[in-house]
Structures are given as structure tokens and as C-alpha cells.
Design a protein around this ligand. Structure first.
Ligand code: SF4
Length: 347
């Protein structure tokens, strides 16, 4: 018999489980607290459930865990974790600690949603390795719980920008967001959760219809189809006009601003003309642009522009009335920056 994973269950699922075990409903709340708030992984730490229930839980359920393999700490404090899953696949996640005062400490965890990725973006190490499988809801939330427990901290922001295209694992990503947001669990505000997509248009519409208070980030990286299709194969299926329609719909439905990620690549998408084309594409969309000087990845030949070019690009956007900023680079020295995750064990 396949054991049910408690970390993939919400309160309603647990209530149904308790019903099937002929247990009182309040047991579901107690179980939810152990699993999603205290994040314990050993049934015998659940001291208030009673022996009869514990025995059944041990026999018929499991708690998905990640096997910690190693962590690397960058000069800037960014920490990359490598985990194995039950089927021996590898995933990575990246912690970006907040450097403010202790009382305002807010750690951000960049989590993976898939093992590998099918989207093949040209600048991304994950995409070079191909797609293996979707992560379960339990495996997604386990990244947060494991980092919290291992490092005795509390992750307060979650960004789906690690390995994988989150909108292609829609149900599990949404379930995990709802679990993380649950006030009886981690209680992470929706506004502190970001989904970053390469532009899966029908799923952006589905997300808009859910009307969650999360942040939607779009990896744009080029302002015209001809360029974007060169580095992002997804653009052939969902070209910029379709992507723009979806973004406009998203803003109309949610009244929330969309973030556009734009990796600046030297002599590819970084001149004044490109900035003008980008401004034209963004016309009418309530948005903010993050400019990210591209990170070097292995043998790929992308180079970052020099500082002068980056600031000229930023100024040109501002001249067109587009709100933009240059994103602070974190963890590039340990391959933990944007586009550098690949779930590798050997350096
Ligand atoms: S950037 Fe994101 S969507 Fe593109 S290949 Fe990498 S992980 Fe996949």
C-alpha cells in the first residue's frame, strides 16, 4: 500500500484522514500543527496524539523529508543547499539572509518546483540538464521546513525561482503556497511569496483567476520576439503579444503589479534601442522591471555588460516612464545566483 504523505496534506485532507481513522476532528488540527508548524519528522515526537492514532499513522502514512547533502556559503552570506529526494534525484534551494536588525530579520528562500526543467532557457544551467519530474507539495514545503530546522531560523519570504518552471507544476505549487500561508502553519503572508515564470500564458490566466495576493514575476529577458526566441524557446509557443495580453489580464483581475526580470547580456539585449523596445512592450502594464546583469554559466558564452551600459539602459527606461531597478547580485561565487542552479554534487 502506498503511504500517504502528511506534508502534502492541508487541514481539510487531515480532517478526512481522521474521519477515516474514526478519530475526533480536533486531532486533525493537532496533526497539522506537528507537520506544518513544528515541522517534526519523527512520529514519536507527536506527544499529544495518543498511541492508537500514532500506530496507524506510522503504518499508513509518511512524512516526506529531504536528505541534506551539503551546503555552500557565499562571501555575501547567501547559502546554497543540496538535497536528495526519496528517488535519489537532487534539488537545490538558496537562502538569502536579510541583513537588517534582528527584530526585522526576514530570510528569503528561493525554492525549486521541479527536478530539472523542460523549458531550456539559453542562459540557465537548470534548463541545460532537461526535465526529470515535478516535485510533490510535500517536497516543496520540505525545503522551507528543512532549512528552518537545520539552521534554526524562520524563512519569511519564499520565491519560486529555483529549479523548474513553477506554473508547469501548478497544482502542487498552489497547494504548497496555501500551506505556507496557513495561519496554523508557517503563516507566511501571500505578499511575501513570488512565483517566477518564463511565460506559460494559459497558466498565467489560471493564476489570475485564483486572485492570490502573491507576486508574479515574468522572466522576459528580451523585448522583441526575434531576440527572445533565441534565448527562450517558450517564446515560440507563447510570443510577446500573447504574453502581454496575459499580463494585462493578470493586472486587471488581481490589481497587482507584475515584476519583469530582464537579464542584461552584453551586445545582445543591452543597448538603448532595446530599452526603448522594452518600454514599448511594457506600455500599459502596471509593472516593475528588475535588471539583472547576467551570471556567467559554465561554458555558455554570455557576458555581462559593463556598468556604464547597465546604467544607460536603466536611465533610458526611466525616460520612458518605466519603473526599474538593478537587482543586487547574490551568491554568484557559489553558483547560487539566478540561472545557476543545476542540482550538481561534484564541483
Ligand atoms: S530559467 Fe527557469 S524556466 Fe528557464 S530553463 Fe531555467 S529553470 Fe527552467
Amino acid at each position: 500500500m502506498m503511504k500517504k504523505d502528511l506534508r502534502s496534506m492541508n487541514l481539510h485532507d487531515m480532517e478526512q484522514l481522521m474521519q477515516s481513522f474514526k478519530q475526533p476532528t480536533f486531532r486533525a488540527k493537532q496533526l497539522f500543527d506537528w507537520i506544518h508548524n513544528k515541522a517534526v519528522t519523527d512520529f514519536y515526537e507527536m506527544t499529544n496524539l495518543g498511541n492508537q492514532l500514532l500506530e496507524r499513522l506510522v503504518k499508513e502514512t509518511e512524512i516526506s523529508t529531504l536528505q541534506f547533502i551539503k551546503k555552500q556559503v557565499s562571501k555575501d552570506g547567501t547559502t546554497k543547499y543540496l538535497f536528495t529526494l526519496k528517488d535519489n534525484n537532487y534539488i537545490e534551494c538558496v537562502l538569502m539572509p536579510y541583513r537588517g536588525t534582528k527584530s526585522k530579520q526576514r530570510n528569503t528562500l528561493c525554492v525549486s518546483s521541479q527536478v530539472g526543467c523542460a523549458m531550456g532557457c539559453g542562459f540557465c544551467a537548470t534548463g541545460q540538464g532537461g526535465f526529470k519530474r515535478n516535485l510533490t507539495t510535500g517536497e516543496i514545503v520540505s525545503q522551507i521546513y528543512t532549512v528552518n530546522n537545520n539552521d534554526q531560523l524562520r524563512v519569511g519570504n519564499v520565491v519560486f525561482m529555483g529549479m523548474g518552471e513553477p506554473l508547469l507544476n501548478f497544482a502542487n505549487v498552489i497547494n504548497s503556497i496555501r500551506l505556507l500561508n496557513d495561519s496554523h502553519g508557517q503563516n507566511i503572508s501571500m505578499r511575501r511569496i513570488t512565483i517566477s515564470t518564463c511565460g506559460i500564458v494559459p497558466k498565467i490566466i489560471d493564476l489570475a483567476n485564483l486572485n492570490l495576493d502573491i507576486v508574479l514575476a515574468i522572466s522576459l529577458h528580451a523585448p522583441i520576439d526575434k531576440l527572445r526566441s533565441q534565448i527562450m524557446p517558450v517564446n515560440k509557443q507563447y510570443p510577446l503579444n500573447k504574453l502581454k495580453e496575459a499580463c494585462l489580464y493578470y493586472v486587471e483581475k488581481t490589481k497587482r503589479r507584475v515584476t519583469f526580470e530582464y537579464a542584461l547580456v552584453d551586445n545582445f539585449n543591452d543597448n538603448k534601442k532595446h530599452a526603448g523596445q522594452l518600454a514599448k512592450f511594457l506600455e500599459g502594464i502596471f509593472c516593475h522591471v528588475n535588471l539583472i546583469p547576467v551570471n556567467p554559466i559554465g561554458q555558455l558564452s554570455y557576458k555581462r555588460p559593463d556598468k556604464a551600459k547597465i546604467y544607460t539602459f536603466l536611465k533610458e527606461l526611466s525616460n520612458h516612464g518605466i519603473e526599474a531597478s538593478i537587482r543586487e547580485e547574490k551568491g554568484a561565487d557559489i553558483d547560487a545566483a539566478c540561472g545557476q542552479l543545476r542540482g550538481k554534487v561534484v564541483e
